[in-house]
Design a protein around this ligand. Sequence first.
Ligand code: HEC
Length: 205
Amino acid sequence: MRSRNLIVALAAALAVTSCATVEQMKASMTEAKPAKPPVAYGKPISEADIAPWNIDIRTPDGKGLPPGSGTVAQGKQVYEAKCAACHGPDAKGGPQFGTMVGGINSFTTNQRVLTPGSMYPYAPILFDYIRRAMPMDRPQTLTSDEVYAVSAYILYLNGLIPDNFVMNAQTMPTIQMPNRNGFILDDRPDVHNERCMRDCKPIRG
Ligand code: HEC
């Protein structure tokens, strides 16, 4: 009997204890929580931080071309120091890439030769590409002057500018590229161009 009383007493004590715990829990759940700390990583990006990444060029009119300039002669020096190892002498083809010269008007034949001269509809594409991607083993190491100069050299080798041409943001978009009108409009529905239904440009010239 004694021991039974003890058990009852213990059970009651346990119940009280556990009730107290539940009450505590309930209370702690309804207590005002401390304010969430503000997000503790990142910071608003400034225009100055964006500038080095914001290098795209609107190629038809050259919007976004940076200040700077370069001549054909300077470009030949840049080319020989930084490009010839892969592209070969006078950009006529080397161990890493075929010719970057010629092929103009080859697109209507079966022997198409794709070069900046034969393919690019706008000269500023050349600046954009070289600045981003070349030299392939050290991309984005050229100064704007070097990119202007080496672009001048490549377009000069393609017969598209004279040897005294000074390449800069104003002159580059004025170069008449031979394949300027060689592209047909992309008429897939997602690009929302209007599909040509009559008097369309022939795909083969
Ligand atoms: C380490 C080798 C290497 C070096 C150095 C290099 N290139 Fe290239 N270049 C390539 C390769 C490979 C391609 C083809 C890339 C591709 O098709 O994706 C290429 C492609 C190009 C193209 C595109 C040609 C086209 O028909 O559209 C141009 C322009 C170009 N390089 C210019 C340059 C210039 C200018 C330099 C020097 C400043 C240079 N490259 C240095 C390997 C190199």
